[in-house]
Ligand binder design. Sequence first.
Ligand code: PLP
Length: 405
Amino acid sequence: MNSATAKRPQLAHLTAQLDDFRQRGTFFRLRILDDQQAPVCHYDGKQVINLASNNYLGLCNHPKLEEAAIDAIKKYGVGSGAVRTIAGTMRIHMDLEEKIAAFKGVEACVVFQSGFTANAGTVSSILGKEDFILSDELNHASIIDGARLSRAKIKVFRHKDVAHCEQLLQEIQHEPGHKLIITDGVFSMDGDIGPVAELAALAEKYGAIMMVDDAHASGVLGRNGRGSVDHFHCTDKVDIQVGTLSKAIGALGGYVCGSRDLIDYLYHRARPFLFSTSHPPSVAATCIAAFDLLEAEPERIQRLWDNTHYFKQQLTTAGFDTGGRTTPSSETPITPIIIGDGRLTMDFSRALFDAGVMATGIAFPTVPEGKARIRCIVTSEHTRTQLDQALETLTTTAKKLSILT
Ligand SMILES: *Cc1c(COP(=O)(O)O)cnc(C)c1O
């Protein structure tokens, strides 16, 4: 710590907040990965079975993606040197956008620096003060921030409650503003799937814009990982599909898919697109290789689901609450183990780490008070032996802490 800045009083309120986290037992330090994002790897110098990453398909270190990145660096350098609208649109950025649009079966696509900026930049630019946003209460923070930035009126419907969404739509039916319905395809903390088809039907009925954030569904749900909209066969009813390149795709970025006009509009108005530099060419090249792989090796996705079903089944047999009692029921590789108490959750996570399993504790304010959980994600690359060992460690550690009896 820098002692020259440590004692200045201007930020004392932050120190007080941190002390409060410490008292609640929810203060954390970042765990540091010493090697690669892999099923078994080293954090803080300790070997662990990794149940904490979003590297669903093991693409973070796939040789073909690495090769594509290295080739792109050799051909095009390491940086793009400008924002897209000034001088930073490289041929490879356009290739990636065309690739994703074709993969998703839509007219056009724009790639953002992250899924976060894709959501926030889109929602904030397509709506204004007179408009309305109907948003699931568990939607991602980037949607909430985008909604706030748009200054549209925000109506929050109860989680996955289509009837409640319709009631809110009826209340504003005669208001002149545009209406946008927005849901996550897969909810990131509970792993349940949004009612995409029903909400899209509502949007149709009330003339609302339909938007789906498929960050956790990209590469996981739908044909070859095309996402929840494909899973529910409603590509023609969803105006805006957001996805991420940072999770199953293994690199970094976010994208928006839709009509040519939507994408051209975002090129002109989405602030992260206009005011933040585009990806290094290596990132675009990595993502292109990843989409090639999704088309060529769908068996990876099958392995992901096989591991998911096995892991969930074994957790339930061991007596864990994997959601569905007091929280939504997980239907995807995101598998919460609900503990409830924030401090006990963090203690459990630390004890698991000491016993060789990396599984992140998540407490308030990321999830509601009293719904703290350990969040586990298996990947296509975990072996049965690794999963069995992780399950054994989860069970014995939970017994030690009286989480299981
Ligand atoms: C992770 C996530 C994002 C953000 O994606 P990044 O590419 O990591 O910025 C957006 N929405 C949801 C639902 C997410 O889970």
